[in-house]
Design a protein around this ligand. Sequence first.
Ligand code: ASP
Length: 585
Amino acid sequence: MYRTHNCGELRIENVDETVVLSGWVQKIRNLGGMTFVDIRDRYGISQLVFDENVNHNFCTKARELGREYVIKTQGKVIERSNKNPKMPTGDIEILVDELTVLNKSEVPPFTIEDNTDGGDELRMKYRYLDLRRNTVKKNIILRHKMAHEVRNYLDENDFIEIETPVLIKSTPEGARDFVVPSRMNKGEFYALPQSPQVFKQLLMISGFDRYYQIVKCFRDEDLRADRQPEFTQIDCEMSFAEQEDILNMFEGLAKHLFKAIKGIDISYKLLRMTWADAMKYYGSDKPDLRFDMKFVDLSEIVKGKNFKIFDEAEYVGGICAESCAAYSRKQLDALTEFVRRPQIGAKGLVYVKYNEDGSFKSSVDKFYSQDDLKKWADVLSAKPGDLLLILSGKRNKTLTALGQLRLEMGKKLNLIDNNTFVPLWVVDFPLFEWNDDEKRYTAMHHPFTLPKKEDIDLLETNPGEVRANAYDLVINGIEIGGGSIRIHDNEVQQKMFKLLGFSREDAENQFGFLMNAFKYGAPPHGGVAFGFDRWTALFAGIDSIRDVIAFPKNNAGRDVMIDSPSTISDEQLKELGLKVTKSES
Ligand code: ASP
């Protein structure tokens, strides 16, 4: 028998019991006639004691153990004289009377401790050792719990988990596909799914009514810290459901997870903010509502004083940073630098200090009187001691830049509490998005999204204004998921393809099977998909989704542990009918 207990469960109640434990050697300490060994497994750590006076040979054997050796040990649980309140097993230790080395270990390339000495790259290379570390392991266990609770909730609500294929053809999410060459059909390729979108819609036509899947999706995009080429979605679809039904059902899922995983009761109905308001007040379609600092549109009141930049701007907007009027030149310069970064793209920043004595000092004093500035302060609800920060320019670009500045100020002023969660639905997304490179509209969500009935007339005349039955779940400024009500009418779908610039053949070629299925009684349906990695990372309190994935890829899309991607043999290439050309770059 390898164990009677695990390494994390023995307590003072177990004193005098004879137990068998198996696990890894975490640490060895020799203190006079005693040798202490910490034994670790998935559940925790227990302290073993080897007493020189009881068994000399034994102690010698213990001293020969190395870090990460796998051992089996038998002994009696005794009360510790020197208790460790930081360890759950800290009240006891095991006085060993049998020790077996099950396997030796080389010295690990980094310490298996919370604060390890191993750098990122090294830990990725030896990820299986990294996963022994509590800080990493606990995220993987959290992920499991999340998946379990997702399944519990959805199962209770009659959802059926159905697997969909991985070797498919292009899906409609619009990112770049990963492709797999087909040996049996030389010159032809499968695409890996960017999501199971078309399959879940087909399952609605099949009558499954409520589907879900915790599923791998693949998108060949440039990677950032919060992206992985393969990631996991909680993918869901419902028939005979309107937007309201879907929001309620998945608001229920969110509340269930908050309660089950974080112990947080969310008794209120989630706020629903239109996309237009989210942009207008927070400059983002995923507003972080843990703090306020709403934008105020100053476009009208700042005009007509010969300040050309404001006079010519399509939009002028400001935020009020409380108690920041004392900001130094250097601090203001740093903020100007911040908004000028290429990824933010503002040309400059106008500030107005509302001094404690009620006077104003601004970067545009030449153009505006104290009275003018007082008016701005009033519309921004500023008090003496506050600082107004103002950006101007093209409307959408300025709103987004102001959104970044708002977040930056939120961070600087410590307004963002990581233990607070503010979930909301952002609704009424635009149906289309203008693609300036291609000079045409593309689907903001995907081409199966149903336009709002009230906006149908605008489809041909003013597509940019058409709103969709599309929604996102946002928590603390992070898009946790999104979905839409789908078009279930073949004619509307054809029209949509046309508006999106698909030729009849293209549409037929890419989605013909779906259009054909729609001829056989498609029920009204809609759905949503949540980023499972991201949601887990949020609940784990970490920024990068990499840390909640057992075997993630690095920022270059490489798995440095198994060394992938890698070349394949000439034989394999031949079988697949492929030739590799060396790229110039
Ligand atoms: N398939 C969509 C996505 O991955 C989600 C949905 O519409 O259900 O974004």
